[in-house]
Design a protein around this ligand. Structure first.
Ligand SMILES: [Zn+2]
Length: 199
């Protein structure tokens, strides 16, 4: 790396900070950018800045969005009475890819983890309850992960939702124990949603 001029070393240094990218790959990518056109480099730089400037959380479901309300929440074809509760935006993407769900999402932005000091007020549970009360929700499917935190979060929410006149279900055991939704294959996830059980 030190054989390169500072301007190349600088790019290599920044690319190498990205997850899963080693020094060798960073070097290859930097040289690739150097060989490419100025326009390509500008587009990449601009798209990264645009990402930082534009992306925010949807005010309804807390998915990543370019607008105040995300595309899915503003889609009239989706059923607002059916909510799927997930931990993170990537989990919502995983469920969407499975194609098994036509309702709307609620992203908690975390899981309960008393060991790490994460309590109910630190994740979007209050907002979930507000939606349930306001949006005439009839069913909530709890699609948090099947690890300890995910299970604890699901049972905590199920307990609170038991006071509401709605159906509450949990994704089925097709998702392996300790499973993180975004790593589960689409077929398994589709089956887990279809065979969800009441809690
Ligand atoms: Zn949304």
């Amino acid at each position: 790396m030190s054989y390169y001029p500072a301007s190349i070393q600088n790019v290599i240094k920044h690319i190498a900070k990205l997850p899963g990218i080693g020094e060798k790959t960073a070097e290859r990518l930097a040289l690739h950018l150097l060989r490419g056109s100025r326009q390509e480099a500008e587009q990449l730089a601009h798209s990264i800045l645009n990402l930082k400037d534009k992306v925010r959380l949807c005010s309804r479901c807390f998915a990543l969005s370019d607008a105040e309300v995300c595309g899915l929440c503003s889609d009239p074809a989706r059923d607002p009475a059916f909510l799927c509760v997930v931990e993170q935006p990537a989990d919502m993407v995983a469920v969407e890819k499975s194609g098994a769900f036509r309702g709307m999402y609620h992203i908690l932005c975390g899981t309960l983890s008393p060991m790490n000091g994460v309590g109910p007020e630190d994740i979007r549970i209050r907002e979930l309850l507000e939606r349930v009360a306001k949006d005439r929700v009839t069913e909530v499917v709890l699609a948090t992960g099947t690890n300890v935190e995910g299970e604890a979060t699901a049972s905590y929410i199920a307990q609170i939702l038991a006071k509401y006149p709605i159906k509450v279900s949990r994704i089925a055991s097709g998702v392996p124990m300790g499973g993180d939704l975004k790593y589960v294959d689409q077929v398994t996830l589709k089956r887990a949603l279809e065979t969800r059980h009441a809690v």
